[in-house]
Structures are given as structure tokens and as C-alpha cells.
Design a protein around this ligand. Sequence first.
Ligand SMILES: [Fe+2]
Length: 498
Amino acid sequence: MRKLISIGTSLLYATLLSSSSPQQDPDPFLTKPYLQIGDAPSLSGATTMMVLWHAGQAADDWKVEVQTSRDKSWRAAGQPVGQTVSAPAGQPQIAGRNGAKKDAPAPPAIDPHIVYRVRLTDLVPGEEFHYRILKKGVPVFDAVGRARKSQRQGYRFVLFGDCSQGTPSQKAIAYRAYLAKPDFLFITGDIVYGSGRISEYRNKFFPVYNTDEPSVANGAPLLRSVPFIAAPGNHDTALANFQRFPDALAYFLYWDQPLNGPVPPDGAVKATHVLTGSAEAQAAFRQGAAPRYPRMANYSFDYGNSHWTVIDANTYMDWSNPSLREWLQKDLAAAQSAAWRFVAFHQPGFNSSKEHFNEQQMRALAPIFEAGHVDVVFAGHVHNYQRSFPLEFVPKAQPDGTLRGPKGEVAGDWKLDKEFRNGEHGKPHGVVYIVSGGGGAELYNPEQQSDPSSWQPFTDKFISQVHSMSVVDMEGKTFRLKQISETGDVVDSFRIAK
Ligand SMILES: [Fe+2]
């Protein structure tokens, strides 16, 4: 087993290794430990962090210990709590039925397994902490994380969407993200392809973002040290057909994020998804997803001097619903003392790609973002990178009084701040809209990068020939974004200074 890393060193990422003790055989983990911010939306949560892992069987011999710079030695964390997750077998897929494109055998059942959760407490905001998992009193895993930053501490985040498709680019971006040493990593939806299933998390998500050794070819040990935070995309939560995929909606089973969003009436159309398929599969899902389903689709949290609002932009949501709009307005109004306000969701309102062009439903919220003094809106869904000019938008109603046209388009007038450039010449007038959907899935519209005549008037930058991620540094009243390609090149950069 490797020597323990001393707390407070900068060696965290250089020396991070998991250590499975040779005394423990077989590997006790179905999925190795990973960090989540948990249901701790406010900065008081900066002293806490959730650790999750999956195991094949329930056992009461797990222990977790933590050490911070204030601890002379390891101290016990709370007792891990296990929750059983399972899914029955699905139905054979027949082309043309239930959305199946081709015939396929029935998806196999997912054996019952246990998702363990433990909350680390009394962390020192912004500082490294060391944690380890013990089984039968023997350490079987250890890693170093960093507690959430407090209001006066700068921070760095990496952001991308549309990632876990098992491609070489997904792994290269994971490696680049690891090299960037972020405080957290945000995924703007479409976390796993193609249907947000347990089996897909096991094949394409955990092995890439929590592999033991960092490499361009395989990914990196990120999840154990860097909390991931996510917005749900269509591939995560819009395919709630349990007849076809009984192990769908794994977002609600495996993530642990704030539960402070609006509470949709269970199953209400246009306020949450509607589950379909076998009663057995639905019951298994609900057991594993409580209390996160459906509430965890929308939430907000504070990190450093910023407030983040994360919303579900899937088309089963109707953001003209007054109660949803009111929640968003109130959330932003309550965050006016934060230095920065960011909103993140999956489907972009302002997109120049021919792909997904008509999915403009989120434009309808632009006036709320502007009134709430939102600085930057992050989206994914479109597999490339786009940056808008700072803009203000006034939606125009269709003849029937609704905002969305027959294809989903939202008409209106925009006012563009073309003087802003890269932020070197003053403050932006309006909201900057970022599409950062180049996290690994196949790129969209590479031909448009060199053809600005194909871009919409609101688009300033358009990078679609290479996968990329956003690396953002927050330091007081300065925001700096660098868009880094999978080969490490800076393909865009800008700053906002207040
Ligand atoms: Fe998507």
C-alpha cells in the first residue's frame, strides 16, 4: 500500500492512487468510491462531502475514516447507509416498437446491489482532506479530496456535456480534466449514452472517470477526488421506458445532489417525466431512487462566491408553468448577494448548429435570467462549443399565445453586445450563453466551424472540429474561461470582470 499523502500538500493529483489491500480478496467494490456534494445547497455544506460506492452485497462491516489538517489522526466518519438498487430483465426489442431501431435481445436483469453513502463532516472549507474506507477493519481504499470553497476562496471548475459514449475522445477529455485539477466538474447533461442506464454507467462512466491510473487512453481517477455535479440531459432522464430499459434513470440512483428544487406532483405531465413500463421495474426504481426522484432534476447550490441554478430543460418540462417559473425567479432573487450567478441545463436556447436547431424552448427563460442578473448560462446537447455575444432577448408569442412554434422554435428579438469581444474592453451587456457539449460523444456539424455565414447572429465563437471542455477560474470579481481541446490546445478564451 502506498504511503499516506500529507494533508495540505500540492501533491494531490500527482500522487493519487487507490490502494486495494492485498489482504482483501476479492475486490469489495462493484463501483469504487466517488465524491458528491450531497443535499447541501448552501455554503454551510462546505464542511461536508458525500462519499458513495457500490457493493454486491449488504454488509455491516464497512467503516469510513477521514483526516483533515485539524485532525492529528484518522477519525471515524458516520456509519455508511446502504440502499438496494436492482432492475428486472427487460423485454426483447422489436424494431419499430417502443422506440427500438432494431431487433435486440431482452436487456438482462440488474442483480440487487447496494449503493453506500456516508457524509464526511467537519472538513475545512477549501482544504484537502484524506479519507479511507475500511472493510472488516482493514483499509481497502483511500483518496484525497478537497472540501468546497468558501465565499472568499477562488475556485476552478471544469465543465462539459455529452460525454460517456466510450469514445477515445471521452477518455482524452477525462485526462485533460484531471490535469486541470478542478475543484469540481460539472456535466451539462447526456452523462451516459444512449439511455442513462445502470449498465451504461458501469461500462462507460465509472471506468473512465474513476480509473486508477491517469492516461489519455483510459481516463483518470477523478471521481474519487473531485465531486461531479450534473444537469440531466435527454439521454439521462427522457427515456423513462422501463419496458424497454428497466435499468434506466440511473441518474436518480447514483448521484447525490441538492434536493431543494421545485416539487412536481409525482407523474405530472409537463413538470416531470412520466414513467412507463412494468410495475415491477417502476417499483424497483422508486425504491432505489428515493428520496431523489423526481426532485433532483432541478436544484441550486452555492460554491465559493457563486450561486448555481441547475434546471431540467428536457421537453417533458414546461417552463411556462407558473410554479416552475416562480421557483426559478425566487431562487435567483435570493442569490443577489452572491458575486456570480450561473445557470446550467442541457438543451441550449441559443444554438447555431444545424443539429438540434429548433429545440429552442429554453429561450423562453431569457427574461428571467436577465432580471435575475445571471452572468453565464451553460448548456450542452449540441456536441461542439459555442459562445454567444452577451445578449438580451425578448421572446415573441406565437399567434396562439404560446411561445413555441410548431417545430419548437421560439421567435423574438435579441440585442447583442458586440463590443464585449473577449472581455478585455469592459463589462458585458447581457447574458453570455455557452454551449459546451464536446465532452466525448460524436461531434456535430464540423463543417460549420469554418463557415461563419452558417452561424446565427448571436454566435461569436463556434468550435466544432475538436472535442473540448471549459476550464473556468473564479477569482473574486473575475471570471476566466479557457476552452481546452482534447489535445490540450486553447481554442477559445474570454473573461468577465465586474
Ligand atoms: Fe442531448
